[in-house]
Design a protein around this ligand. Structure first.
Ligand code: TZP
Ligand code: MG
Length: 210
């Protein structure tokens, strides 16, 4: 079973002038313990090159590496898993392609979460909790109540995502999330390592009064 606490997703537009692998290595050094390569703009060759670099990095640190959208790229670089959206291929189809690799899927409502669990997802994304500008086609924020709902009924690991910052993560944790995911707060920071360390601190319940 896959498990993790702090899920870091790539977002190169947030760190112009800094190398993708350097930024993600800093995140890992700070405590990010799973990495997803999410890239909506590069062509196949670029995707493959970046994915291969991130595969090498995550293998060096012994943490799971997930590829968003591109099952073929995930297979080619021997990623640990893939992440699907609701509009992507069904889990049953993905399972045939990736075998025992990790399959994660984004969910925005409890019906989607229950279906994902029944269909054999290894983990689900739960969000967007707050408004976010990171994802263009994102649905309206689902709010903290969705975390409470999922925490009550879903058995597989779930990770809260969408607009999560150091300034609001404590209420996300209090709502029942023990795993969180962030893009802009981590990779947009000049010090991703320090941000991740602070996230971990709060996830461990050592954040003090919010
Ligand atoms: N899926 C749901 S919200 C989101 C994704 C990929 C973007 C989260 O980015 P940020 O910058 O942490 O709000
Ligand atoms: Mg997708």
């Amino acid at each position: 079973m896959v498990d993790f606490r702090l899920y870091a997703i790539t977002g190169e537009t947030f760190h112009p002038g800094r190398r993708l692998v350097d930024v993600m290595e800093q995140a890992i050094r700070g405590g990010a313990d799973i990495v997803q390569f999410r890239d909506k703009t590069s062509g196949r060759e670029e995707l493959l090159r970046k994915a291969a670099e991130l595969r090498e990095l995550t293998r060096r640190y012994g943490i799971p590496f997930i590829v968003n959208d591109h099952v073929d790229i995930a297979m080619e670089v021997d990623a640990d898993g893939i992440h699907l959206g609701q509009g992507d291929m069904p889990i049953s189809e993905a399972r045939k392609l990736v075998g025992s690799k990790i399959i994660g899927i984004s969910t925005h409502a409890i019906s989607e979460a229950q279906l994902a669990e029944a269909e054999g997802a290894d983990y689900i994304g739960v969000g967007p909790i707050y408004a976010t500008a990171t994802k263009a086609d994102v649905v309206d924020p689902v709010g903290l109540s969705y975390i409470r709902e999922v925490a009550g009924v879903i058995k597989i690991p779930f990770v809260a995502i969408g607009g999560i910052k150091l300034g609001n993560v404590e209420e996300v944790i209090r709502a029942g999330a023990s795993r969180v995911c962030a893009v802009s707060e981590i990779v947009g920071s000049p010090d991703p390592e320090a941000v991740c360390r602070a996230f971990i601190h709060k996830l461990e319940g050592r954040g003090g009064a919010a």
